[in-house]
Design a protein around this ligand. Structure first.
Ligand code: FAD
Ligand code: SF4
Length: 506
């Protein structure tokens, strides 16, 4: 008998393992304290992963596969994955062991070193989910995401004409993806499910698993089976794709997901395959070109075919050292309001409170609100990572780390992005509607009541000049700073220093 391990984010029903039931194979799935506890997760994230795992195991069993599923109650007797596996190999009298390559470095190295000590034959197989191999960084042009993405567009024949050129004559419609949401633009209501997971919730409480954020276990809104994930995809294509690209960068208090797909949990748990999502978007656009422009669908596909594969390639190329990077030597502690949402900065308050409530924020909230603030304030990237890894339902290290440490905090010195994603309040005012109702004044650069993003922005550039001063993409901001009269510069720096000393009170 072969024992095959299926991890909680390997719920890929299309994997070749599951093509035909084999009585000589047993699939092992286990809810593990090492996974619920390696960081403090959002409660909805814990519930969603456990519920999805249980549903997947039940579906495997129904399809005729032999499955051994251990709940937290049953797995609690073993301190970690290796000891549980050893016991299960003996119990099932397994003569061989197989596992799918984990996406996280932590689990990959744990399993590899444990399997190397076994006396029985072992096999590591692909998870058959990604569109590029783990060593994609070496195989594809990677100096910028754009070149990586173009190569994949050609390889997978996505949005190309018959001659292999990009449809519309351009690879990228990014410049059409920066509109502010008009006040009267209707926003589609997010499709929410009402999965009953009270039994899992009670078990999580019984075991004393520490979580953050809120959850209503009588109606968990995240998809936990493939059919729900497909429904979410259909909902996105019909209601959100027509405006996805246009309002991709928009910020608004009027909604918590705007025109975004909320498909990241379904993708990262592998209920959905990225190519399935890309092909569905392309074909939906093809038959609805009267209402959906090419810029909308290209903007969406770029996120999955481009960014998602790119960050994974970067992660596997640079780990484990990537986790230690801190190019800007940032070292301030993360303010307590990241965990409570209690701040007078309206934009930050909205992003944090909705993250605590829904376990979700869209990309621009993560990058240009919370991430921007943490970068400007010089917060220790370890603490920023811990927050992002815990709070989002879709957060798994392979995708969270390059986005947080690289794209958002510039801790990798420029592998993910060619310049730090920082902005003053002016950008947030342009892209959102928060400033009117904020305690702070977005037009004020310094002094009492001035928007903290303003003075912190200039302070960030000023204090990091030795590291960033020669970056050509920052030439304009540095010229702007140099052109300001000295008393104005001094007032700005003094305000920033004040904010930095009183971060907790902002
Ligand atoms: P949509 O806007 O609808 O995009 C569609 C899909 O594209 C997403 O579901 C996702 O699979 C993919 N995608 C979009 N942007 C990225 C990106 N930058 N990197 C990788 N895939 C992308 N994404 C995660 O899946 N897990 C994380 O833990 C995570 N942490 C992040 C932390 C920070 C600081 C930042 C700036 C971004 C992070 N992202 C993460 C990327 C992105 O913000 C989320 O994928 C996205 O917000 C998920 O919402 P959605 O499904 O509605 O995305
Ligand atoms: Fe955010 Fe500043 Fe606008 Fe307040 S004034 S909402 S802190 S950008």
């Amino acid at each position: 008998m072969e024992l095959r391990l299926v991890l909680g984010d390997q719920l890929n029903a299309g994997h070749s393992w599951f093509r035909t039931p084999d009585p000589a194979v047993c699939y092992l799935m286990a809810e593990l304290r090492q996974e619920t506890d390696y960081c403090r997760h959002h409660r909805q994230k814990v519930l969603a992963f456990l519920a999805t795992m249980r549903a997947f195991a039940a579906a495997l069993g129904k399809a005729g596969h032999r499955v051994c599923y251990l709940t937290l109650d049953e797995s609690a007797r073993w301190p970690d994955l290796p000891s549980l596996l050893e016991a299960q190999l003996a119990l099932h009298q397994a003569s061989s062991f197989a596992w799918q390559s984990p996406d996280e470095w932590r689990l990959a190295s744990q399993l590899k070193s444990w399997a190397a000590s076994l006396a029985i034959p072992t096999t590591e197989v692909e998870s058959e989910h990604f569109l590029t191999p783990r060593d994609g960084w070496q195989r594809y042009p990677h100096s910028r995401m754009e070149f990586f993405y173009r190569t994949l567009r050609k390889q997978y024949q996505v949005l190309l004409d018959e001659d292999g050129n990009p449809l519309g004559g351009r690879w990228n419609f990014d410049d059409e993806n920066r509109a502010k949401l008009p006040e009267r633009q209707p926003i589609p209501a997010p499709l929410l499910f009402a999965n009953e997971v009270q039994d899992i919730d009670a078990m999580v409480t019984r075991h004393g698993v520490k979580t953050l954020g809120s959850a209503d276990a009588s109606k968990l809104p995240w998809p936990i089976i493939r059919r729900q994930s497909r429904d979410l995809l259909e909902h996105f294509l019909t209601h959100c794709l027509p405006h996805f690209g246009r309002y991709q960068d928009a910020l608004s208090e009027r909604g918590w997901s705007l025109f975004h797909s909320r498909l990241s949990f379904s993708l990262n748990s592998k209920m959905l395959h990225p190519l399935e999502v890309i092909r569905a978007a392309q074909s939906h656009w093809q038959t609805n070109q009267d209402t959906i422009t090419l810029a909308q669908v290209e903007g969406f596909i770029r996120q999955i075919l481009g960014w998602r594969e790119f960050v994974r390639a970067l992660y596997w190329e640079k780990m484990p050292d990537y986790k230690q990077t801190n190019f800007l030597e940032a070292n301030r502690p993360l303010p307590g309001f990241f965990w409570s949402g209690e701040t007078r900065m309206a934009c930050v308050r909205h992003a944090i409170n909705q993250s605590l409530e829904h376990g979700y924020a869209h990309h621009i909230q993560r990058l240009m609100v919370t991430g921007n603030f943490a970068l400007l304030a010089g917060i220790d990237p370890d603490q920023v990572d811990e927050w992002y890894l815990g709070i989002y339902v879709d957060a798994i290290e392979w995708v969270e780390l390059p986005n947080t440490r690289g794209m958002s905090q510039f801790a990798d010195g420029g592998l993910m992005g060619s310049r730090p994603y920082v902005s003053s309040g002016a950008y947030l005012e342009r892209m959102g509607h928060y400033c009117k109702g904020c305690h702070y004044q977005v037009k004020a650069r310094s002094g009492e009541g001035s928007c903290p993003f303003n003075s912190l922005y200039w302070h960030f550039l000023w204090r990091n000049r030795d590291k960033l001063g020669r970056n050509p993409r920052l030439a304009l901001p540095y010229a702007n700073w140099d052109g300001q009269p000295e008393p104005q510069q001094q007032a700005i720096l003094a305000s920033a220093e004040h904010h930095l000393i009183h971060l907790e009170q902002l």
